[in-house]
Ligand binder design. Structure first.
Ligand SMILES: [Fe+2]
Ligand SMILES: [Fe+2]
Length: 473
């Protein structure tokens, strides 16, 4: 289904056929734009940016590229094409037809899931609003804004579901999505990670690598949902989301490449020397990875969860890539889980598979995170540098679940509270790290030029040269 761009709200859901819904969304639209002006990227709203806009939902050629001022971006409502005669792929109702409406008994669960997902989208825009002022290049500035406008569109995706399927409650929730703000003392965003400020580009790349990837896994789970409009919405969001992780992965790769260049130039990998030369040393990078990885792990929830079991049983939320599994009932199987024992170690516990769905998703996510680390370590090894970056154990620094409050080292071995407190000063970014990283954040806006702490990308956007003027200043 192609997208109708002649309407005020571009869409492929035949919005014009439902006047009430259309009016309600057209009423919400100016509020969204107000929010964008107030809470979106600062300073660059009047500049033309080379952005991609969704123009179809085909895998091939779904986007068009062109210069647009961000407030004029065509945020719209796009669902992936329906799968004919799609049936529920997991849980107690396996094989039954999917739902085109929300069943009354699952209404509040769906509403909560959609609101929680929706809340993260504008939250990340708010977290990143000042980053433009310190961009390492025009290429990066454009990528930041691309991520931001698409997160804005993801908010539209969730608001459409709330308006179309949840009546008055849904409309109220849609207002609330613009009223909560990241880091706000009175009305913060729902999830912890989305209230952490992102005030430097290293954090931005970590966020897009780790936290957007959590988003990918949440969307994958929801793309399996028996509520078909939700599944189709999330399937299309995943297409856009891939770019956000690309920004994170290539951003971190380029920081690493630049660090390797500096090590070669200086003939040492000494942290002080690298920092003095304006780079980011590997121990510092490792501390940032530790921080963002562990705070993203918590977003999956507790290892053992009766809520997860219920949402799976009821067809509300599946496993990421449910089709890869053979048993879609998960009624008779168990999941082996390491939990803390009473003697300062860990023991295996067996829980019903359905109760372990959060952990199943988390483990798939961790595997996905590891792929980038493998590539980076290969690059480091090829450069002849004896450093290996690693992800901490999923037991480390957990804020939720079985390992919450259990002191461990980076490998997940239990240690004393004192050793943990002391360890944290070396394992997580400290004041000195932040001062150094912030000192490197200077705005570079000459087309093709890069800040000294990051290497140029291999190629530009959409076959354009790296030196293209991606943002017209
Ligand atoms: Fe998103
Ligand atoms: Fe994203």
């Amino acid at each position: 289904m192609s997208i109708n761009y002649s309407e005020r709200i571009p869409n492929n859901v035949n919005l014009a056929s439902d006047r009430t819904l259309q009016r309600a969304l057209e009423h919400w639209q100016p509020r969204f734009l107000e929010w964008w002006q107030e809470m979106g990227p600062t300073d660059f709203q009047g500049n033309e940016v080379y952005l991609r806009t969704a123009v179809g939902v085909d895998v091939e050629g779904w986007a068009s590229y062109g210069e647009v001022k961000m407030p004029d971006y065509r945020w719209g409502i796009f669902l992936a094409d329906a799968v004919p005669e799609r049936t529920i792929g997991f849980g107690d109702m396996l094989g039954q037809p999917v739902w085109q409406q929300v069943p009354g008994e699952f209404r509040s669960q769906f509403r909560r899931l959609i609101v929680t997902q929706g809340d993260t989208e504008p939250a990340s825009v708010e977290q990143q609003r000042l980053l433009g002022l310190t961009c390492p290049s025009l290429y990066d500035l454009r990528n930041l804004f691309q991520v931001n406008v698409e997160e804005g569109r993801h908010l539209w995706a969730m608001v459409y579901l709330l308006h179309a399927y949840f009546g008055r409650d849904g409309r109220e929730e849609a207002e609330e999505l613009l009223a909560r703000h990241s880091g706000d003392a009175d009305k913060p965003r729902i999830l912890g990670t989305f209230n952490e400020p992102i005030s430097d580009w290293l954090s931005f790349f970590c966020f897009t690598y780790f936290t957007d990837r959590d988003g990918k896994y949440q969307l994958k789970s929801l793309a399996e949902s028996a509520f078909d409009p939700l599944a189709r919405t999330c399937r299309f969001m995943l297409t856009e989301e891939a770019h956000h992780m690309f920004v994170g992965e290539t951003g971190l790769s380029r920081v690493i490449r630049r660090t390797l260049e500096l090590i070669k130039e200086l003939g040492t990998d000494d942290s002080a020397a690298i920092q003095h030369a304006g780079g980011m040393d590997f121990p510092l990078l490792q501390r940032y990875l530790n921080f963002w990885f562990t705070s993203s792990l918590d977003l999956f929830g507790s290892e053992v969860s009766s809520n997860a079991a219920t949402t799976f049983a009821n067809g509300i939320k599946g496993r990421p890539d449910e089709t890869l599994y053979t048993d879609h009932h998960c009624l008779e199987t168990a999941f082996e889980l390491a939990i803390p024992d009473d003697n300062g170690g860990a023991k295996l516990d067996s829980v019903p598979m359905r109760n372990a769905m959060n952990e199943v998703a988390r483990q798939a996510y961790i595997k996905d995170c590891e792929m980038g680390l493998k590539r980076w370590n290969m690059m480091i090894k090829r450069a002849g540098v004896a450093v290996e970056l690693a992800l901490p154990s999923s037991r480390f620094r957990r804020g939720i679940g079985a390992w919450y409050g259990v002191p461990t080292d980076l490998q997940g071995n239990r240690i004393s509270p004192e050793a943990y407190r002391h360890g944290l000063t070396q394992w997580l970014p400290g004041e000195q790290d932040r001062i150094h990283v912030h000192s490197l954040m200077r705005c570079v806006t000459t087309p093709g030029k890069m800040a000294g702490w990051i290497a140029p990308p291999d190629r530009g956007v959409n076959n354009l040269p790296v030196a293209y003027e991606y943002v017209r200043l």
